[in-house]
Ligand binder design. Sequence first.
Ligand code: B1M
Length: 213
Amino acid sequence: MSILNEISENLQKGKAKIVKQLVQQAIDEKVPVDEILNQGLLDGMSVIGEKFKNNEVFVPEVLVAARAMNAGVELIKPLLAAAGVKATGRVCIGTVRGDLHDIGKNLVKMMLEGKGLEVIDLGTDVSPDTFVQTAIDQNCQIICCSALLTTTMSEMENVVKKATEAGIRDKVKIMIGGAPVTQAFCDQIGADCYTPDAASAADAAAEFCKAMA
Ligand code: B1M
C-alpha cells in the first residue's frame, strides 16, 4: 500500500497519531505536499463524508476522522503556503442569531475543510450583519447558516435580505441547513441551497466554488 493510501485509511479509522507520523514520513520522503493533501488527507475525509451521508458511519466517527485530518493538516500547512497551494474557496459559517446549537455546524465545517475549502467559523448566535460583513471583508464565496430551532430559522431570511441590501447577493451563495430547515423553506426565503447533511453541504459548496472560480 502506498503511503498516501495508508494516510487515507488511517484517517478513516480516526488514528490521529499514526496519520501524523505518516504525514511526517511522506514529507521526509519528499512526496509533493499537494499529493499528501489531496490523495491522502482529503481522500480519506471524502470517504468518511460519503459513508456519513449513507448512514454507514455516525457523528463520533466523523469527529475522530476530522481530528486525524487536522493532525496531518497542521504539519503540511506551512509547506502548502510555501508551495503556493491555495484553498479552493472561502466560506464563512455560523449558527444563526438566538441559536446556540453547534454540533451540526461543526460537522459541516469539518466536511468543508475536508473538501479543501478555507472556513471562517463565526461560532453560534451570529447576526445577519456579521455573516454579511464577514463575507464582504473576507471575500467569501459562500455564507453557510445553520439553525436547529424553529424559532431561529427565520434569521436565515434576514441573512438573505441583508446580503441583498449590501449589494452582494449576486456574488455570494447562501447555503442553509439544520434539522428544521427544508427545501421548501429555502425556496421561500430565496436562499441558494439547502442540504440535509454535512457531507452534501460540502459537496454543494465545492461545486459552487468551482463554478465561481
Ligand atoms: Co436543543 N433543541 N435546545 N440543545 N437540542 C433540539 C434542537 C430540539 C429538537 C429538542 C427537542 O425538543 N426535541 C429542540 C428544538 C425544537 C424546535 O425548535 N422545534 C431544542 C430546544 C427546544 C432547545 C432549547 C430551547 C431548550 C431550552 O432551553 N428550553 C435550548 C435552546 C438554546 C439556544 O440555542 N438558544 C436548547 C439547548 C440545547 C443544548 C445547549 C443543551 C444542546 C446543544 C449543545 C451544542 O450544540 N453545543 C442541545 C442539543 C444537543 C439538542 C439535540 C438533543 C441534539 C442536536 C444535535 O446536535 N444534533 C436536539 C434534539 C435532537 O435533534 N434529537 C435539540 C446532532 C447534529 C449532528 O445534528 O445539528 O441537525 P444537526 O446537524 C445535521 C443536519 O441538520 C445538517 O448536518 C448535520 C449532520 O450531517 N446541518 C446542516 C446542520 N447545519 C447545517 C448547515 C448546512 C447544511 C446542513 O448548510 C449550511
